[in-house]
Structure formats: structure tokens, C-alpha cells
Design a binder for this molecule. Structure first.
Ligand SMILES: [Mg+2]
Length: 445
């Protein structure tokens, strides 16, 4: 770039989603220099480095993936899955990086197929690791072409992305005001206060969890009558607070057998749930989901532990779901787009799972803005997040959320950048969770 021209700013005038005039400030010389290189080299960019970066995001580990190219364009991807983050990091470094160095980041479909078929078995850990890289490639392509990723997917069906607030299980829980996790008030009074708190922030959808189930690991998957009654009382409490202004989902986290799932779904019918999530382990039998769906008017969804179009096909072909809940940052943009299209063919809505990182929320939101059959995106409540959440990404996630909706930035790629210096202050630590233990007393730095 010519000396003295680094700050040569220009303005592009165009129209926003509603057709209103809008101005964007850009660095003209940066854009011209980049366009010239892409034109000269025919998009023949090459991946030169892939680097997973683990960050202890409060109660969860966030896995950011930084992909560098020979044109100097850096893409950020996300592979946040908190149970086995070091394993995903290792797969990226040892298995995927040798496959991808020197490849053209524009060839996303071909590279996905290359990574997938290079493995003999597939599976969750591979899918999550691949997603970390794949999502970074979308960021690179968006930046190279100076367009937001949603415009690479076919544009937006909606300007704002509806979020559902997870969770409504306690009032006053979290790290807010300190660095040690506290559980909050889980009484019905506390639940009612939390429902009001969520509604007051403008959210029109929320999620809660059942009460009275045995702690994990538990051999039995049967639910007691008292647990059903207590869970129904919790849902009723929320419904009484929010009326018909807020949709309510409940997540069972794979913990019930079929008769218990049927009994709970039936008991919840009067409360017109948005969905019942993951009552039965989804890696075991679509047939059991089919029997459950046929037994109740409560909508049943699953998907956070399904990773490909082939996993979802087995459910959709047999009519075993009322809606699909894939995790965009566990399956990747390409698979998520295809899964949403499969669901669309069966007239089913999509509500992506997303208890991951701030970047994961942005990546998921690009897909949610695009697909026609979007219902709502999971948003991990701020009290579940560390107090420094909004420092790791620019612009910060909190600044994009208004009235329970996420307003995506319109900068190229994902429209955000990860602050590596800030991330480095919170390195991954082998802690507590392992998917089984509670969070009470957990201290984050
Ligand atoms: Mg779930």
C-alpha cells in the first residue's frame, strides 16, 4: 500500500434491508489493493497456517480457529465444544492442517469432502474440528470478496435474528459482579423473577430445564411422578408470568426413556411449548423419537448430537421430529445449510443449538439470517458467561443484541474479529466440567 494512504477512507452508498439509504466507510486503498491481487491471481489464494486457540470462557471452553492465507487475509472459525476441546485442537493440528496447507480457501465444499473422507469413521470430534476450519474459510472468502457471509449463502430472509434465552432456571445466578459461579434462586419465586427479567430485556423466547431428574451419571432414565409434577409447576409458573408473549422450550439433555418422555410431553401439552428438546439420546434410535412425536401435541426436536445430512435424514424420512436443532458450530455452515434445506422439504423449522462462544453466536446468526425456515437461535444468558465476554470479540456481542434479537454487522466475512491479546488472558484450564459436575463455586479468572 502506498505510504500515507493507509487512512484513505471512502464511503460506499447503498440500501439496507428495508431499502433505506445507508453509508459504509471503507479504506479505499486496502480494498483496491486486495481486489487487484485477487484479480491478478484468479482467487488462487493459499492457506498457509491453521491455529486453534483455546480460551476458558467461564464455565465452558471456547475454541477459536485462526486460518492465515498467503494474501494476508485471516479468517476466524469456531469449534467450541466444551467437553473435549483439547482433542479437537489436536485433530485440527495433527490431522486436518496437513490436508489443508497450500489449498485454496475458496474451495470450501471440496475441502469439506476431503477432510470428511480422509477419516475412516467420521463422528462428532472430527465434525467439530472440521467446523473450526470450515467456518474460518467462509470468513476468508467473505473478506476476499468484501461481502458478509450471509450474502454468500443467498442473502438474508430477515434483518434481525431472533434469540431464545437460555436459561430460565434460576434468578441471580452467574458470575456477574464477581468471578465465582453462584447458583441463584431456583425456587418457583426465583423462576418467576427470572422469567420477568428475561421478558423485560425484550426476549420473546426462553428455555428452561426439568427438575427432579437423578444426577448424572445415572443408570435409570425413568422420571418420577413428582419430577413430572415439579417440572410442570415450573413451566406453569413461567407461563403465568409471560402469558402468550413468550415462547417456552424445555431441554431434557438426553436423560429419559420413551415412557417417561411420553408422560412428560403429555403433561406439558396445556402449556403450548415451543419445543421439547432432546428427551431421548438421539444417537440411539430415531424409532423411539417417532413413537414419541406420534404420541403428543408437544413439538419434539433434537439435533445437537447429530452432525451430517445423513444423521438428520434418518430422522426426517421417518417423521421422527417436529423441528431440527443442529449446532452450526459442530456441523459447519455447509452441512447446516443442507440440513436446513432437508428440514424445509419436510416443512420443519430450525432452531440451532448454540451454548458456545460469542463468535459461534455470530457464525450461527449468519446462517439463521439466511434460511427461510428459521425459528430461533439459542443465546447463552449473560449470567452464564464470564464478565469479560464482550472483550474477546470486536465489535462486542452485547452491542449487537437489542430486544432479544441479534443485529448482524455488515462488515465482510463474519463482520467481527477476535482479540488474541484478550483471549490469551484466559487460557484453557482442565477443570471441573467433564459434562457431569455442577458449577457451584467454580472460579474463573
Ligand atoms: Mg440441548
Amino acid at each position: 500500500m502506498p505510504r500515507g494512504r493507509q487512512s484513505c477512507l471512502g464511503v460506499i452508498y447503498c440500501r439496507d434491508f428495508q431499502g433505506l439509504p445507508k453509508a459504509y466507510r471503507i479504506n479505499i486503498w486496502e480494498q483496491v489493493a486486495l481486489a487487484a491481487r485477487i484479480f491478478e491471481e484468479g482467487c488462487a489464494m493459499k492457506i498457509t497456517e491453521i491455529k486453534p486457540i483455546l480460551c476458558q470462557g467461564g464455565i465452558r471452553t471456547w475454541t477459536f480457529v485462526k486460518v492465515t492465507t498467503d494474501l494476508g487475509i485471516i479468517g476466524w472459525g469456531d469449534a467450541s465444544e466444551w467437553l473435549r476441546a483439547p482433542a479437537h485442537s489436536k485433530i485440527i493440528e495433527e490431522d486436518l492442517t496437513p490436508l489443508l496447507i497450500g489449498e485454496n480457501p475458496f474451495d470450501i465444499e471440496r475441502l469439506w469432502q476431503k477432510m470428511w473422507t480422509a477419516s475412516y469413521t467420521g463422528g462428532k470430534d472430527l465434525s467439530v474440528a472440521m467446523t473450526g476450519v470450515e467456518t474460518a474459510l467462509w470468513d476468508i472468502v467473505g473478506k476476499a470478496l468484501s461481502v458478509p457471509v450471509y450474502n454468500l449463502l443467498g442473502g438474508r430472509c430477515r434483518e434481525r435474528v431472533r434469540l431464545y434465552y437460555d436459561n430460565c432456571d434460576a434468578y441471580g445466578s452467574g458470575f456477574a459482579g464477581g468471578y465465582t459461579w453462584r447458583k441463584g434462586d431456583t425456587s418457583l419465586e426465583g423462576i418467576a423473577k427470572q422469567a420477568q427479567y428475561i421478558m423485560d430485556q425484550g426476549f420473546d423466547a426462553l428455555k428452561l430445564h426439568p427438575v427432579g431428574l437423578p444426577e448424572r451419571p445415572a443408570v435409570s432414565r425413568s422420571i418420577s411422578l413428582k419430577a413430572i409434577s415439579d417440572t410442570v409447576a415450573k413451566v406453569r409458573t413461567v407461563r403465568e408470568v409471560v402469558g402468550d408473549k413468550v415462547d417456552i422450550a424445555i431441554d431434557i439433555n438426553n436423560r429419559l426413556d420413551l415412557p417417561s418422555s411420553m408422560a412428560l410431553a403429555k403433561a406439558l401439552e396445556p402449556y403450548q411449548m415451543m419445543f421439547l428438546e432432546d428427551p431421548i439420546r438421539q444417537d440411539e434410535s430415531p424409532g423411539s423419537y417417532k413413537r414419541l412425536v406420534d404420541s403428543t401435541s408437544t413439538p419434539v426436536g433434537t439435533g445437537e448430537n447429530l452432525y451430517t445430512i445423513w444423521d438428520f435424514r434418518n430422522y426426517l424420512e421417518s417423521g421422527a421430529l417436529d423441528l431440527v436443532l443442529p449446532d452450526v458450530c459442530h456441523v459447519g455452515i455447509l452441512q447446516a445449510k443442507k440440513i436446513a434445506a432437508l428440514a424445509e422439504a419436510y416443512h420443519l423449522p430450525v432452531a440451532p443449538h448454540n451454548p458456545n462462544s460469542p463468535l459461534s453466536t455470530i457464525i450461527s446468526a449468519h446462517l439463521c439470517a439466511n434460511i427461510p425456515n428459521f425459528l430461533a437461535l439459542e443465546y447463552m444468558s449473560t449470567e452464564m458467561e464470564p464478565p469479560w465476554r464482550d472483550k474477546v470479540m470486536k465489535p462486542p456481542l452485547g452491542a449487537m443484541i437489542k430486544d432479544g434479537h441479534l443485529e448482524l454487522p455488515d462488515a465482510p466475512g463474519w463482520g467481527v474479529e477476535i482479540d488474541e491479546d484478550e483471549v490469551a488472558k484466559h487460557p484453557h484450564v482442565e477443570v471441573w466440567y467433564a459434562g457431569l459436575r455442577g458449577w457451584e463455586g467454580l472460579t474463573v479468572k
